[in-house]
Ligand binder design. Structure first.
Ligand code: BES
Ligand code: MN
Ligand code: MN
Length: 463
């Protein structure tokens, strides 16, 4: 496959420009104001799949945003790779923290990306990453080197919990049959330290509401004599961790898989520089569960984090008031074999139990997702490792990540398929944050590496 580098050299400017065009459409799934743009993005993705060489493409309507489907079938006896990605993006807020507008992509050099990085919402998560697969397909089709069948399934609701996807999988089981699922929606350790994601955390996400008095009150006239819901909520939230930063919800850890000492020792061999980590985030020290290292805390251990908290007066100046209500959004990242529904229930029961008598508590579940782990003995993993060895000249390190892609566990349940996570982003690419970006080098390296996965996976499947 010598020609991939020639092909890239000839077409890389166009590849970058096509991605830039895609990034200009604000496909924010969380905000209905962008609904038209989300639909428009789906249509553009469909066109791009068709142009890249799919024989058949379609927009599949769901009860939410559509799934874009495309396929190129080259032989019934050949293996089939199903590529999954998402064309929706996170809201760009807070806008004032962006150095350039989120939907006006620009290329700028950074310390980590000396060849430039594309700055835009969705650059890395996930437009830049799924589009690598579209361009890798183009290369394989145009140079007559596609070794197996390929199907694409690019959805538009990942950032809001993939609500329509369970039904979609059930309805389209036949159409989606495959031998392996391939996803680029995670990261790697560093540009000179390739890694393959072998685990994702699950998620349970809840919103809580604490109600005190039936109306907002003068904080002098009533202060000290009534339950202040914001004070109460803060105290309740604080009590969810003990002095060792263990989560205090009864039963929370019951099903948590304790990773073996041997595997933890293996994990500890991966490069991690605590000083650099602190410096990059400008924190005086790391913080977390006693008895675990930083990489363990963000990968093999479950967590509970407040994502937002509000209530009372937050405008300019001071207003003396005791609010009637206080709210928070809380996420729990889960590890094998925790079940999101069970954890949500444990949380709700506990939260109601610790509420003082004077307040009412309401817990509303949002989306959830199962955790995922895969082993490194599969032909999928081996094919991916060989692909990285070819293009990076190094054996990739298997790495469990802290993020979640709930659909991956669903793929296993409904389609009985394993997933290989070949991510080319970096943690510092600021996904979900202002100034999200994706290295130009990473983008092109992904396009270069993917065809080798196809080649090795097809070869290993025949053995
Ligand atoms: N691509 C991310 C997940 C991710 C990023 C995993 C980096 C590993 C490394 C995905 O788009 C995402 O943001 N997922 C959400 C969950 C979803 C249910 C909203 C997450 O992890 O918060
Ligand atoms: Mn993503
Ligand atoms: Mn995301």
């Amino acid at each position: 496959m010598e020609k991939i580098n020639d092909y890239l050299n000839t077409h890389k400017d166009r590849f970058i420009n096509e991605l830039i065009e895609l990034l200009k459409i604000p496909s924010v799934s969380a905000d209905s104001a962008f609904s038209e743009d989300v639909h428009k993005t789906a249509e553009v993705v469909r066109q791009k799949l068709q142009e890249a060489g799919c024989d058949h493409t379609e927009i599949c309507e769901t009860k939410g945003y559509p799934v874009v489907y495309g396929e190129k079938m080259v032989g019934p006896d050949l293996p089939t790779i199903l590529v999954y990605g998402h064309y929706d993006v996170q809201p760009p807020d807070p806008l004032d923290l962006w150095n350039s507008p989120p939907f006006e992509p620009i290329i700028k050099e950074t310390d980590i990306h000396p060849n430039g990085a594309i700055f835009a919402r969705g650059a890395c998560d996930d437009k830049g990453q799924f589009y690598m697969h579209v361009k890798a397909l183009e290369f394989m089709v145009k140079t007559d080197q596609l070794p197996c069948n390929v199907k694409f399934m690019i959805e538009g609701e990942e950032e809001v919990g993939s609500d329509s996807l369970a039904d979609f999988l059930d309805e389209h089981k036949e159409k989606l049959t495959n031998d392996i699922i391939l996803i680029s929606d995670t990261g790697m350790m560093a540009n000179d330290v390739p890694s393959i994601t072998t685990g994702l955390r699950g998620l349970s996400y809840v919103e809580v509401e604490v109600t005190g008095p039936n109306r907002d009150l003068h904080s002098g006239i009533y202060g000290g004599a009534v339950p202040n819901p914001i004070n109460v909520l803060s105290k309740m939230i604080a009590s969810l961790h003990d002095e060792n930063n263990h989560i205090t919800i009864p039963g929370f850890y019951d099903k948590v898989e304790e990773v073996s000492t041997a595997e933890r020792a293996e994990m500890a061999k991966a490069p991690f520089d605590s000083e650099e980590y602190k410096k990059a985030l400008d924190i005086g020290d790391v913080y977390g569960e006693k008895g675990y290292t930083t990489p363990e805390r963000y990968s093999i251990r479950p967590t509970l984090d407040v994502n937002g908290i509000w209530g009372g007066y937050t405008g300019e100046g001071a207003k003396t008031v005791i609010a009637s209500k206080a709210y928070a959004k809380i996420s729990m990242r889960l590890v094998p074999h925790q079940d999101p529904d069970e954890i949500t229930e444990l949380f709700a029961k506990h939260f109601e139990a610790i509420a003082p008598k004077g307040v009412k508590v309401k817990v509303t579940p949002h989306h959830g997702g199962l955790p995922y782990v895969t082993n490194i003995d599969s032909i999928g993993y081996k094919a991916a490792a060989k692909a990285y060895e070819t293009t990076f000249g190094k054996t990739p390190i298997p790495e469990r990540t802290g993020g979640s892609i709930p659909i991956v566990a669903l793929f296993e349940q409904v389609l009985d398929s394993k997933t290989i996570l070949m991510g080319f982003g970096l943690d510092s690419d600021a996904i979900h944050s202002p100034n999200e970006h994706f290295g130009v080098w990473n983008y092109l390296k992904g396009i270069e590496t993917i065809p080798y996965f196809y080649k090795h996976f097809t070869a290993l499947s025949k053995e």
